[in-house]
Design a protein around this ligand. Structure first.
Ligand code: L14
Length: 331
C-alpha cells in the first residue's frame, strides 16, 4: 500500500497533538511523521503508533520529501511557511484563518463540498470550528428546504483558545495566583461575548468567519447568517443554538429523518430521558451531535436546533485528516 510522509506544523499545540492522534486512530497511511514546531518546542517529543518522535524546528527547509503538511500554528506561521511546503511538493491542509477566504483556495467540510478537494493548487483550507459543525448539521436540511436565514449563538469551549485558554480556566477554579491570562476577563463562573478580535463593525472576527465561510462552503451567497459567538467555561466542545428559516415548508418528522441519515451527524433528542447534545458527551468524538429539534412557531418555516461537537476533532483535526483521506483516494 502507498504511504505518505506527513508533517504536522504546530505539533505540540492542542490541535497539532490531536491531529497526530487522529492520524493514528484512523490508520492514515503515514510513512514518516515529521512533527514541527517553533524553536521553543524543540526537545519535546510526540507519540505516534507507539514510537516517540522528536519535534523538529520549523524552517523553510522542513518540507523536503513531505507529501502532506497539516498546519495548525496560527495564521502568521501558515502565511510564512505554507508556500515553502507547497514548493517542496506537499499538499498543505491549513487549519488557520490565513487562506480560508482566498479565491481559488478550497475551503472544505467533506460532508458538504468534498469535490472541491480536487481543485486545489497546493493549499486546502480547513474551516473555523464553529462553522464546520454548523455546516455539517445544516447541509442536508439546506439541500431539502433551502435556508433563507440563520440566527446562531455559540457557546464555545476554552480549548478553542489553545492550552493557555484551558490553563486559565483551571487556574481560576483552583484559585492559583500566578498564571498567564489568555482571556481579557475571568472565564471560570463567567461567560464572555467575545471570541477572537473585534472588527470595525462591532462584530468579532469569529462571527465574521461564520458568515463568510458558511457561504463559501455552501457555494451559496444568498444564505443570511446572524451570529453571536460566546466563550463559556466548557472544555469538551462547542455548542450552538441555531435558528433556521427555510424557503420551503417542512414536516418535523422529515427533519428528524433527514438528520438521522445525514453523514457525520448523530441525533440526540429524547426529552423523556433528558437526552440532548452536551460538550461532556461530544468530547473525544468525531461526530456532530444535534438535538432539541423543534419548530420555531414565531415564523414561517422556522426550525430550532442545538448542535454540539468536539472543536478540536471535527472542528479541527478530524476534518483536516478527513480531507487528506479523500485526497489520497485519487493518488
Ligand atoms: O479561526 O478562540 O479557527 O475558540 C478557532 C478557535 C479562532 C479562535 C479559528 C477560539 C480559531 C477560536
Amino acid at each position: 500500500m502507498k504511504v505518505f510522509d506527513v508533517a504536522v506544523v504546530g505539533a505540540t499545540g492542542l490541535v497539532g497533538r490531536k491531529m497526530i492522534q487522529v492520524l493514528e486512530e484512523r490508520k492514515f497511511p503515514v510513512g514518516k511523521l515529521r512533527p514541527l514546531a517553533t524553536a521553543r518546542s524543540v526537545g519535546k517529543t510526540v507519540e505516534f503508533n507507539g514510537k516517540r518522535i522528536h519535534v523538529e524546528e520549523l524552517t523553510q527547509n522542513s518540507f523536503q520529501g513531505i507529501e502532506i503538511a497539516l498546519f495548525s500554528a496560527g495564521a502568521s506561521v501558515s502565511k510564512e511557511f505554507a508556500p515553502h511546503a507547497v514548493n517542496a511538493g506537499a499538499l498543505v491542509i491549513d487549519n488557520s484563518s490565513a487562506f480560508r477566504m482566498v479565491d481559488g483556495i478550497p475551503l472544505v467540510v467533506p460532508e458538504v463540498n468534498a469535490k472541491e478537494i480536487f481543485h486545489h493548487k497546493g493549499i486546502i483550507a480547513n474551516p473555523n470550528c464553529s462553522t464546520i459543525q454548523m455546516c455539517v448539521a445544516l447541509k442536508p436540511l439546506h439541500d431539502k428546504w433551502k435556508i433563507r436565514r440563520v440566527v446562531v449563538s455559540t457557546y464555545q469551549s476554552v480549548t478553542g483558545a489553545g492550552q493557555k485558554g484551558v490553563n486559565q480556566l483551571y487556574a481560576e477554579i483552583e484559585e492559583e495566583d500566578s498564571y498567564e491570562k489568555k482571556f481579557p476577563h475571568p472565564i471560570a463562573y463567567n461567560v464572555l461575548p467575545h471570541i477572537d478580535v473585534f472588527a470595525d463593525d462591532g462584530y468579532t472576527r469569529e462571527e465574521h468567519k461564520m458568515v463568510f465561510e458558511t457561504k463559501k462552503i455552501f457555494g451559496d451567497e444568498t444564505i443570511k447568517i446572524s451570529p453571536t459567538c460566546v466563550r463559556v467555561p466548557a472544555v469538551g466542545g462547542h455548542s450552538e443554538s441555531v435558528n433556521v428559516e427555510f424557503e420551503k415548508h417542512f414536516e418535523l418528522e422529515e427533519v428528524f429523518e433527514t438528520l438521522h441519515h445525514a453523514p457525520g451527524v448523530i441525533v440526540q433528542d429524547d426529552l423523556k430521558q433528558n437526552i440532548y447534545p452536551m460538550p461532556i458527551w461530544a468530547h473525544e468524538k468525531d461526530d456532530v451531535f444535534v438535538g432539541r429539534i423543534r419548530r420555531d412557531e414565531s415564523t414561517k418555516n422556522g426550525l430550532n436546533l442545538w448542535v454540539v461537537s468536539d472543536n478540536l476533532r471535527k472542528g479541527a483535526a478530524t476534518n483536516a485528516v478527513q480531507i487528506a483521506e479523500v485526497w489520497i483516494t485519487h493518488k
